[in-house]
Design a protein around this ligand. Structure first.
Ligand code: BG6
Length: 509
């Protein structure tokens, strides 16, 4: 992967050396929000604990609270204590606490942004940040334009102004459809150069997702059979047992299609289906992903191949949970989907005729994300049919989370005198093979932003290509009531029928 931009002295061939970014400020807009508390601040702590923050690092919080830095420190400390991956240590915390700054202000408050611009200049003298700053937009999408305009007005995004680098991190969803994504992109482009824009899809920061590339391209075993000659179908599942929490305002206008399908699931599909990149740098990998996204086709029969669902009250882990329409702040007449499953195709020679079934949902029986490659049946079985009744199709399952690892399912002889063949599993578990635990997705991605490594961030063209796929689906779904499913079930009946019609079944992960 590339990423030597921040570290010219590092030998790009040695990827094991911990890379430490240049002195810099990480400015978080919306620092009191859920994402900052649960993911961003803990990730910064974990990086500090691993010695991966530069001396002179500054975490600068910006939010509409009349706070001083002490109040910000209390919030940040609690966030690190509760949500960091690594052990909480006072000495590590002290170093991070010393790096904290807080600036209060609303996004339309010119004076607050003038103060922020002045602060960044001041930090050059006090912390030696040399003009290096990353701006993290951990804010609702409708606030992006005003914040970007403030950055343009104060020239704080301009690399040429003070030297050093200026980068912006934009959280998903990037737009609401292709049109709004293009408008937003034009706005971001006016303020930052394309190489300085980091569009976050945190699934790409997950270790197991990156392992998909290692699995495919570091081994001999899989690539020869990774095509329509041997692959019957692919199932990509991202299931969650949680509901929508307190996010009704966002979720009800997004639904599972825009919240997850457009980004996480299409990215997983792209990594599963892409050709081998010519190298492992950002451009090469993103180019191959883009080709796949451009080749995706929608179901011919949308009615049967693009299913939406909405959960009703039900039982999960012994608890009664409310239906979507009874969640706080959800309109009683909402037609928003909390479940989506779609049969996609990929119009390339490699994948001709192979369906890619993608599904995601809230309030499903368990939290699990996996990619299952289902292979074709053996063309001939020299056994009695009764001896192979429990023999399914070979499967390679990449478990993204939890129980991170890879499982291979294949037929094996049952001990005994008969030639009875049954499916068994061979398991690779991260926890059993490696002693080091995986970095959290945000930990990895924030470090990459500070290092200027774009590899794990989708390019604008990928976002655009994803909306090309999602827009017609959303258009088809608009105004149609989603099919109900009970909380704690694996989605609506129509999703099962979609596969049954084609002689297949969903895996029960
Ligand atoms: C987010 C979605 O991008 O991913 C949420 O907006 C979802 O709705 C979350 O809950 C799941 O992330 P993870 O890493 O817990 O699988």
């Amino acid at each position: 992967m590339s990423g030597t931009a921040g570290n010219p002295l590092r030998d790009p061939r040695d990827r094991r050396l911990p890379r430490v970014p240049d002195p810099c400020a990480l400015v978080v807009f919306g620092v009191t929000g859920d994402l900052a508390r649960k993911k961003l601040i803990p990730a910064v702590y974990d990086l500090g604990n691993r010695g991966l923050l530069p001396p002179g690092f500054v975490l600068l919080g910006f939010a509409r609270r009349d706070w001083d830095v002490g109040e910000f420190e209390a919030l940040a400390r609690e966030a690190a204590q509760q949500h960091a991956r690594t052990e909480f240590r006072e000495d590590v915390w002290r170093r991070i606490a010393d790096s904290l700054c807080f600036l209060p202000g609303a996004f339309d408050d010119d004076a607050a942004f003038d103060a922020l611009a002045a602060k960044l200049i001041e930090l050059e003298g006090t912390h030696g940040i040399k003009g290096n700053a990353a701006f993290y937009l951990s804010i609702p999408p409708n606030a992006f334009p005003v914040v970007l305009k403030q950055m343009a007005r104060t020239r704080m995004a301009d690399n040429n102004e003070r030297g050093g680098w200026r980068r912006v991190v934009v959280e998903k969803p990037f737009g609401h459809d292709q049109k709004s994504a293009r408008e937003l992109n034009a706005l971001v482009d006016e303020v930052f150069t394309p190489n300085d824009v980091f569009r976050i899809d945190h699934y790409l920061g997950k270790e197991t997702v990156q392992n998909l590339l290692a699995l495919r391209f570091a081994n001999t075993l899989f690539e020869p059979i990774w095509n329509s000659h041997y692959v019957d179908s692919v199932q990509i599942t991202m299931a969650e047992d949680v509901g929508i929490g307190g996010r009704a305002a966002f979720y009800d206008s997004a639904g599972a299609g825009r919240d997850v399908l457009q980004n996480h699931l299409l990215q997983l599909l792209a990594l599963t289906a892409m050709e081998e990149p010519v190298s492992f740098d950002a451009e090469a990998i993103r180019t191959e992903k883009l080709k796949v996204l451009n080749a995706i086709s929608l179901p011919r029969d949308m009615e049967r191949g693009a299913i939406r669902g909405q959960y009703e009250q039900g039982w999960l882990a012994g608890q009664r949970v409310p239906g979507y329409l009874d969640e706080k702040d959800v309109p009683k007449s909402s037609l928003t989907e909390t479940y989506a499953s779609v049969r996609f195709g990929i119009e390339t020679r490699r994948w001709a005729g192979v369906p890619f079934y993608l599904r995601t949902g809230k309030r499903l029986p368990r939290r699990v994300t996996e990619i299952a490659v289902v292979f074709t049946k053996a063309p001939h079985l020299p056994f009695d049919a009764t001896d192979t009744v429990e023999l399914g199709q070979n499967q390679l399952v990449v478990r993204v989370q939890p129980d991170e690892g890879v499982t291979l399912r294949f037929g094996s002889k049952v001990p005994g005198s008969a030639m009875e063949v049954r499916d068994v599993s061979m398991d690779f578990l991260y926890g059993a093979s490696f002693t080091e635990s995986s970095p959290e997705a945000y930990e990895r991605l924030i470090l990459d932003v500070l290092l200027g490594d774009q590899t794990l961030f989708p390019r604008n063209e990928e976002v655009d290509a994803s909306w090309r796929v999602i827009d017609p689906l959303e258009e088809f779904w608009t105004g149609r009531p989603p099919e109900k499913y009970r909380a704690g079930e694996w989605g609506p009946r129509a999703a099962d029928e979609m596969l049954e019609r084609e002689g297949r079944v969903w895996r029960r992960p």
